[in-house]
Unconditional design. Structure first.
Length: 205
């Protein structure tokens, strides 16, 4: 494994191809307003709800295919907008839930290279699959019930630690596909972090 820091480009957001599998794109003239309105309605509705079941349904929204047309709207929104940030958060959450073993492997490979991000992510050391999945649930839950900015920054830290681990594994195996994955993960991590900072400044609309 090379000791040099991995080099990244700035590619398209993580898993943008997911949106391409959803038919029936909305009219461009209305999609921006719909994206922002739906994202704000979901966030405000959960935040002001006294029913804990509402929170859990939102956490499981993507896993249960409940995003539906909202994913079509949100996936094309800029990263530093509320719908764009929520889309990236949901995609990262779903990936971690579905590929926990691989995520832990990559995370462990990168966690010692970026200790500050490791602490912000909140993953245990050493991370285990069930704990990692629970922590991602907590991060997503926190976006709707607590501090949106902190939740987005924590998700960004998760993505960037995994990006570093993926890059080191790719370097060791001379794996170009993993190198591209690392680039996408880093890009998404940076986007989530930027969105989190905008949320903390009251500028994530």
């Amino acid at each position: 494994m090379s000791s040099s820091a991995p080099r990244y480009r700035r590619p398209a957001p993580l898993y943008a191809s997911v949106a391409d599998t959803i038919p029936g794109a909305p009219d461009p003239s209305t999609s921006t307003d719909l994206a922002h309105d739906s994202a704000r309605a979901l966030l405000d509705g959960v935040f002001h709800s006294s029913d804990p079941g509402v929170v859990e349904r939102v956490v499981q929204l993507a896993e249960n295919d409940g995003l539906g047309d909202l994913t079509t709207l949100w996936s094309t929104s800029p990263a530093t907008t509320l719908p764009g940030a929520l889309w990236r958060l949901y995609v990262l959450h779903t990936w971690v839930q579905r590929h926990g073993v691989d995520v832990v492997h990559r995370y462990r490979a990168g966690s010692r290279t970026v200790p500050g991000l490791r602490y912000l992510s909140g993953f245990a050391e050493p991370p285990e699959v069930d704990q990692v999945r629970r922590t991602m649930d907590d991060i997503l839950r926190g976006a709707f019930t607590g501090d949106l900015g902190l939740a987005l920054r924590r998700a960004g830290a998760v993505a960037m630690v995994i990006a570093h681990g993926t890059a080191h594994l790719a370097d060791s195996d001379a794996d170009e596909e993993r190198t591209r994955q690392a680039e996408r993960l880093l890009s998404t991590g940076e986007e989530l972090t930027a969105a989190g900072r905008r949320a903390e400044a009251g500028r994530l609309d």
